[in-house]
Design a binder for this molecule. Structure first.
Ligand SMILES: [Zn+2]
Length: 160
C-alpha cells in the first residue's frame, strides 16, 4: 500500500448576479464567480490536489480556459477527470481537507450539503471530507467580497 498527498488552490473574482456553485451546491443567486466553467472554486482546488498527488499537470491542461467545450461546464466533471487520471495510476482518494475564504454569503448553512456532494463524487465517506470556511477579516479583495478562494489537500492511496 502506498500513499501520496496533493495540494491545490484556486481563486475567482466575484460579480453581481448569476449562479454561485461551491462544492457542487448552489449557495447564492446574488453573486457569482467570474469563470469559464461554472466557477466552482472548491472543486477546482480539489481537482488540482488530486492531480498533484499523482504527479499530473494542473487542471488548466485538462480543461484549457480557451476551449469552447469548457464553457459553463459543471466542475464535478473536472473533478471526475482528475479522478480518472489518478485511477489510471491505481490511486483512489482516502480523505480530503479543504478551506474556503469567502466574505459572503456565509457558508456554514451549506457545509453539510457540500460535504455530502463531495463525498459521493469522490466515492468516500462524508466523514472523510473536511470543508472549513472563514472570512478574510475585511482585508484585501477577499475581505471586500470581490473574490472567493479555496485550498485543498487530498490523500490518495494505491492498493496493490
Ligand atoms: Zn477555478
Amino acid at each position: 500500500m502506498s500513499f501520496r498527498i496533493g495540494y491545490g488552490e484556486d481563486i475567482h473574482r466575484l460579480r453581481k448576479g448569476g449562479r454561485f456553485v461551491l462544492g457542487g451546491v448552489l449557495i447564492s443567486n446574488d453573486v457569482s464567480p467570474v469563470a469559464h466553467s461554472d466557477g466552482d472554486c472548491l472543486y477546482h482546488a480539489l481537482a488540482d490536489a488530486i492531480l498533484g498527488a499523482v504527479g499530473e499537470e494542473d487542471i488548466g491542461h485538462l480543461f484549457p480556459p480557451d476551449d469552447p467545450n469548457c464553457e459553463g461546464i459543471d466542475s464535478s466533471l473536472i473533478v471526475r477527470a482528475a479522478l480518472l487520471k489518478a485511477k489510471d495510476k491505481g490511486f483512489t482518494p482516502v480523505n480530503v481537507d479543504c478551506f474556503v475564504v469567502l466574505e459572503r454569503p456565509k457558508l456554514k448553512p451549506h457545509i453539510e450539503a457540500m460535504k455530502e456532494k463531495t463525498a459521493s463524487l469522490l466515492g468516500i465517506e462524508k466523514g472523510d471530507i473536511s470543508i472549513k470556511c472563514g472570512t478574510n477579516e475585511g482585508l484585501d479583495a477577499l475581505g471586500e467580497g470581490r473574490a472567493v478562494k479555496a485550498v485543498a489537500v487530498c490523500l490518495m492511496e494505491r492498493k496493490e
